[in-house]
Design a protein around this ligand. Structure first.
Ligand code: OFO
Length: 171
């Protein structure tokens, strides 16, 4: 059985994952509108992944006999200066998500809630992977220093990486 505090935090994390999905969906729309079609594809798939992250917590919470809550919608930002600023925003956002997961881990450890602690391990690993992924994209974008050709090459690469990530998840 979940404590009131842990239930509130799990519902808070459902909200964070929902928002992440909407943020990436909105960013995909910005990319599409600015002809970065590879990045749009990559971000659409990432938005789906975030919905999956949300659903995992939703299911876990309900499986304990508690009630998972669907949050209200908050509109994500929809204007960006450049493709680089889109990915810098994502990297910053993922670092924030890591901090919310870490907070949950601390709370469950202090409460001796080993079941939730065990459930959260998947998120700890996932956040490490996502921070690494987005940090790499930001670094490569900085290397091309605003060159249109360079950005289009990275955009094309991102379209390919969206396909690879989907294939590895369906194995
Ligand atoms: Fe990309 O963050 Fe979910 O967990």
């Amino acid at each position: 059985m979940l404590s009131t505090e842990i239930l509130a935090k799990l519902n808070g994390q459902i909200e964070v994952e929902f928002y992440s999905s909407n943020l990436y969906l909105q960013m995909a729309s910005w990319c599409e509108a600015h002809s970065y079609t590879g990045s749009a594809k990559f971000l659409l798939e990432h938005a789906d992944e975030e919905m999956d992250h949300m659903r995992r917590i939703f299911t876990y919470t309900n499986d304990t006999g508690a009630q998972a809550l669907v949050p209200g919608l908050e509109q994500p930002p929809y204007e960006y200066d450049s493709l680089l600023s889109v990915f810098e925003t994502i990297y910053k956002h993922e670092c924030y998500v890591t901090s919310t997961i870490n907070e949950l881990v601390t709370t469950t450890t202090e409460a001796n809630d080993y079941s939730t602690l065990n459930f959260l391990q998947w998120y700890v690993a996932e956040q490490h992977e996502e921070e690494h992924l987005f940090m790499g994209i930001v670094e490569r974008m900085k290397m091309v220093d605003g060159s249109k050709i360079g950005l289009l090459m990275i955009d094309k690469e991102l379209a390919g990486s969206a396909v690879e990530r989907t294939a590895s998840q369906t194995k």
